[in-house]
Design a protein around this ligand. Structure first.
Ligand code: UD1
Ligand code: UDP
Length: 364
């Protein structure tokens, strides 16, 4: 029996790891347990409920306005004894969060093998995104098994000297999740409200965008909304108090936007599949929009998910107010530019990544 411990702590990790947990639970020869750090609380619990995953251990570390020091120190401290007790054959972590980084570091200290899901994404700038690019690179060094979502991610790992024997291209498990969440029949009061308009879906939360860049981003969107009364925007606001303050300040009195609480992923994915376009600084939202063929403007200077740009569905617009204003206006006013971005692509996966990862773990 192979003892596999799956660790995650934030909303996006949960969305991308729950399909894998549920797949692993079906497999004979694998004894899986789930540890959540609770780096996110409400936003994590929403996802656990949706996928019916009940953690075996919950480190419950979240603090209001937590710093990177807080998260790293709490995870390291609490993982030490738990991992010693569990003594797993392998620990699976995901992506690039501080939960993943500090868990992998704990495993390294205890010499427990790590499997990295969504391995090999790179911008090669450790401040963009911050601290995620650093986390990914360190995870690449520590991990024994690299589950790369795309060929480009595999190429990145090979160029860093990782052995091809330890890299598997599996697709991204986010597409597995969407097979479960996106429905033909779906309705929601906020979608009804926006049904007579072009609907823009907004998210924002990146640490490097907090403060002045985020205000610029929101001001640009506000200007566009003020000039386009035929457009309605829905913005489920991230729970970070700094994000909320900026959002509520900049959109105050704006009648064609609804600022709402974070949506359950079933709702959010169905909003994505029905929106006119999405504007975001999120990683996962890029993958989802491209998979759904929805134009997505990315408020970042670089992306580690360049496949969507090659597919034509995604465009980088940075955090500069004028650039965002111009790009968003163009996409709303120029039908031919808009229709060129309507490309559905399976560049991030075919919806069977969890099965592939489970096959590899069952065999290995
Ligand atoms: C974290 C990850 C980021 C990921 C993002 C997904 C790190 C360093 N950052 O960033 O890579 O893209 O999650 O959303 O790992 N909060 C709540 N309830 C929640 C979640 C957050 O109140 O359920 C508030 C808390 O005040 C918390 C703050 O949001 O202190 C920030 O959370 P944190 O996990 O530190 O950073 P994120 O920006 O969410
Ligand atoms: N998401 C959600 N509810 C929301 C906004 C986003 O469930 O209100 C989901 C979205 O479908 C995607 C994931 O959250 O799968 C992206 O997470 P986030 O943007 O917080 O983090 P990132 O992907 O940037 O790490």
């Amino acid at each position: 029996m192979r003892r596999v411990t799956v660790v995650f702590g934030t909303r996006p990790e949960a969305i991308k790891m729950c399909p894998l947990v549920n797949e692993l639970k079906k497999r004979e020869g694998i004894d899986v347990n789930v540890v959540v750090t609770g780096q996110h609380r409400q936003m994590l619990d929403q996802i656990l409920n949706t996928f019916g995953v009940v953690p075996d251990y919950d480190l419950d570390i979240m603090k209001d306005e937590q710093t990177l020091f807080d998260i790293t120190a709490s995870v390291l401290e609490k993982m030490k004894d738990l991992l010693k007790d569990l003594a797993p054959d392998i620990v699976l972590v995901h992506g690039d969060t501080t939960t993943a980084f500090a868990t992998a570091l704990s495993c390294y200290y205890l010499q427990i093998p790590v499997g990295h899901v969504e391995a090999g994404l790179r911008t090669h700038d450790i401040y963009a995104p911050y601290p995620e690019e650093f986390n990914r690179q360190v995870l690449g060094i520590i991990s024994k098994y690299h589950f790369a979502p795309t060929e480009a991610a595999k190429t990145n790992l090979i160029s860093e000297g990782k052995s091809p024997d330890n890299i598997w291209v599996t697709g991204n498990t986010i597409v597995d999740a969407m097979r479960y969440t996106v429905k033909d029949e779906y309705s929601h009061p906020d979608l009804e409200w926006a049904s007579d308009s072009k609907m823009i879906l907004i998210t924002a939360h990146r640490r490097e965008n907090l403060g002045s860049p985020m205000h610029s981003m929101f001001r640009a969107i506000r200007r566009v909304l003020d000039e386009h009364k035929d457009v309605k925007a829905i913005y489920p606001v991230h729970m970070n108090p700094e994000v909320r303050k900026a959002a509520f300040e900049e959109f105050e009195g704006c009648e064609n936007i609804r600022l709402i609480e974070p949506l359950n992923v079933v709702d959010f994915n169905n909003f994505e599949s029905r929106c006119y376009l999405c504007i975001t600084d999120s990683g996962g939202v890029q993958e989802e929009c491209v998979s759904l063929g929805k134009p997505v403007l990315v408020m970042r200077s670089v992306t580690e998910r360049g496949e969507g740009i090659s597919a034509g569905t995604m465009k980088l617009v940075g955090s500069d107010e004028e650039k965002i204003y111009e790009s968003l206006t163009e996409l709303l006013d120029d039908a031919s530019k808009y229709s060129k971005m309507l490309n559905v692509s399976d560049c991030y996966g075919d919806g069977h990544a969890s099965e592939r990862i489970a096959d590899i773990l069952t065999q290995g």
